[in-house]
Design a binder for this molecule. Structure first.
Ligand SMILES: [Zn+2]
Length: 264
């Protein structure tokens, strides 16, 4: 059995955390790939550095909506250069966050649409962060998808990480060639929406993610999260769908390979 953690911030873990140990623990827990997204330039470079060091780690590069104040006229071409690295497999995490509101809406929108263009020019999928911004994100992504229809109709375009919409929106966005990242909150008692989505959306549209070091799943809630905990998320989905764990791990790993194309 193999599992994939499609969203894990090994690049922004606390200083005292031991990456060797975290990776070893992940391997002991059947994880064979980890995707580390950037949140700004520095963390994107760090993601690449970690990916160079550990075989099972891959990198995404990009500016998170809470960090777009450092986005400038050179950012696009710097990211474009970095995207040539063989272990860079996505643009992310990018998106909109109107909950924390660290940056003005106009700057968030500018950096987000620029990075969508970067995805188009590099052919890499996007990893999307959306918080209290689903309507805006949804509109932008559907329009973006429509402009890309003719050239590459079979490709997944991106991932809605820590999906915040309802079941109806989940159906719609997955029909438009996006996948949904399901993480630790699915194991929490009150997460009925996420549980319903994980039960009813075709499994081909689901990816597993820890979002480490945040959002530890039950029974590790309150502790620092790490990729090894992906098994609790996979077990919860298996339980909800009344399927074997092996089936969840196989299909979601296949989904991850399909979007990130790491086996090329
Ligand atoms: Zn993240």
């Amino acid at each position: 059995m193999t599992l994939v953690d499609t969203h894990c911030h090994l690049n922004i873990m606390q200083a005292e955390s031991n990456l060797e140990e975290i990776i070893e623990n992940a391997i002991q827990n059947d994880i064979d790939r980890i995707m580390v997204p950037g949140i700004d330039l520095e963390s994107s470079l760090e993601a690449i550095k970690i990916a160079e060091k550990f075989e099972i780690v891959y990198a995404a590069i990009g500016y998170h909506p809470n960090h777009v104040n450092s986005w400038n006229e050179n950012s696009f071409s710097i990211l474009q250069d970095l995207s040539q690295h063989p272990k860079v497999k996505a643009i992310g995490e990018i998106g909109l966050d109107f909950y924390r509101d660290h940056s003005p809406k106009s700057i968030q929108l500018h950096a987000f649409t620029e990075q969508l263009k970067l995805s188009e020019s590099t052919g890499l999928p996007v990893i999307i962060h959306s918080r209290d911004a689903f309507t805006e994100i949804f509109d932008i992504l559907i329009k973006w998808q429509q402009t890309r229809n003719s050239t590459e109709p079979d490709r997944y375009l991106g991932i809605l990480h820590a999906f915040e919409g309802n079941l109806e929106q989940a159906h719609l966005i997955t029909k438009h060639r996006f996948l949904l990242g399901i993480g630790g909150p699915i194991t929490y008692k009150n997460s009925y929406d996420t549980q319903e989505i994980a039960m009813k959306i075709p499994i081909e549209s689901i990816l597993l993610e820890t979002d480490s070091p945040f959002l530890s799943p039950h029974p590790r809630r309150g502790k620092t999260n790490e990729p090894a905990n992906i098994k609790f998320i996979a077990e919860k989905i298996a339980h909800l769908r009344e399927k074997p764990l092996k089936w969840v791990s196989e299909v979601t790993s296949k989904n991850a390979n399909k979007i990130f194309a790491w086996e090329q």
